[in-house]
Design a protein around this ligand. Structure first.
Ligand SMILES: [Zn+2]
Length: 156
């Protein structure tokens, strides 16, 4: 028997673990490639998801392909995904907490993906990156200083 809480989480598409984990890797990849911030807004759904970034242009086809290659490299490394807890004071010095709600409490949950990424998140994630599947960018567009990346996952 599952608890009501678990059923609620599973029925909430915002918490799709594969997509949620892919979003973390995508964000870290974009940050590393372009030296910009993580997505400030995103919609995570089972079939397709989107992340929005403050940016200054659209991506080239070569850049889109490089993001795909890099994200899939991380997935294929089968990195371990773990949760860690920090006090708010400690977390502030280590992580970007700007997206964290103010009522998140004093214990901050950090999701760490191997040595690749660590960021605060309350969602559900895979335990190993190979569970994510193949990452594919559907499209990107750029409007009003916002770059939107739409992506999907292809099950292996
Ligand atoms: Zn997450």
């Amino acid at each position: 028997m599952e608890t009501i809480e678990n059923q609620e989480i599973k029925s909430n598409k915002q918490y799709h673990p594969q997509m949620h984990s892919a979003e973390h890797i995508l964000n870290q990849t974009v940050v590393r490639m372009f030296n910009c911030g993580r997505s400030f807004s995103n919609h995570i759904e089972k079939k397709k998801s989107k992340c929005d970034y403050h940016f200054n242009r659209n991506l080239t086809q070569a850049e889109i392909e490089e993001i795909e290659v890099r994200v899939n490299e991380v997935i294929e490394k089968d990195l371990v995904v773990v949760e860690e807890f920090y006090s708010r004071d400690e977390a502030i010095t280590k992580f970007n907490l700007s997206k964290l709600p103010d009522d998140a409490g004093d214990k901050i949950r950090i999701i760490r993906i191997g040595d690749y990424d660590a960021c605060p998140c309350s969602g559900l994630h895979v335990s190993h990156t190979s569970e994510i599947g193949n990452f594919k960018i559907i499209s990107t567009d750029f409007e009003k200083e916002i770059l939107r990346i739409r992506f999907k996952l292809i099950e292996k």
